[in-house]
Design a binder for this molecule. Structure first.
Ligand SMILES: [Zn+2]
Length: 218
């Protein structure tokens, strides 16, 4: 594999460790992947190895049909979920699948996360839908997630967790963090009153201003 692929593996280990430290996953749950310069290939975490002991040689290179190209380990049991998203979304460069508490609570309640915070609208695009229930690790779950994704960067998995995607691993990770925080705020707001939803015109304006004006312009 190329030096780029080796760099992607290092990045994957770093983001995996951050995800575990931030409490987005526990033990060996959750998984993440990143596309390689050959768009038909991606690197994914292995099945059943905890993030704190994961090393580069544990990572597996697969193609978007799910075939193992490089690596000795068995890939994540959600391999087909990642493969289906890469096949359906040409712009997806990385995918993070977490089992964080508040996103999972919404997913169990079957509640869509409406646009309620500006950073949610900026990073995620707005509403986060719940994909119909399908058992973990199945091709049916992969299809359900692709159906629910649309133009969003995140989807809640019924009775399961969350998938976030981005053009980079950092972005996919940030999407999961922002959805988790927003889910927490939404649940708390609904406990003390009624969450006020940002209206479509404002959602569009926030998105536009973020895409064209945020950060250090070069
Ligand atoms: Zn999972």
């Amino acid at each position: 594999m190329s030096n780029v692929a080796e760099d992607v593996k290092v990045q994957l280990l770093k983001v995996g460790a951050r995800m575990a430290a931030a409490g987005l996953v526990m033990g060996t749950w959750g998984n993440l992947s990143a596309r390689l310069p050959d768009k038909n290939l991606f690197v994914i975490t292995p099945s059943g190895i905890s993030y704190d002991v994961l090393v580069k040689t544990d990572l597996v290179v697969v193609d978007i049909t799910g075939r193992v190209i490089e690596g000795e380990r068995k890939p994540s049991t959600e391999l087909m979920l990642h493969a289906a998203i890469y096949s359906a979304c040409a712009q997806a460069g990385a995918i993070v699948h977490s089992h964080s508490i508040y996103a999972s609570a919404l997913a169990v309640a079957g509640k869509t996360l409406p646009p309620i915070l500006e950073e949610q609208v900026q990073f995620v695009g707005g509403t986060v839908s719940v994909a119909r229930y399908a058992r973990a690790g199945t091709v049916d779950l992969a299809a359900a997630v692709v159906d629910a994704l649309g133009q969003s960067k995140a989807v809640l998995l019924a009775n399961h967790g969350l998938v976030g995607l981005g053009s980079t691993l950092d972005e996919a990770y940030q999407v999961c963090l922002v959805v988790e925080k927003t889910a927490q705020v939404y649940i708390l707001a609904e406990l003390i009153g009624k969450a006020a939803i940002i209206q479509p015109g404002d959602v569009a304006a926030i998105r536009k201003s973020y895409q064209t004006g945020y950060g250090q312009q070069v």
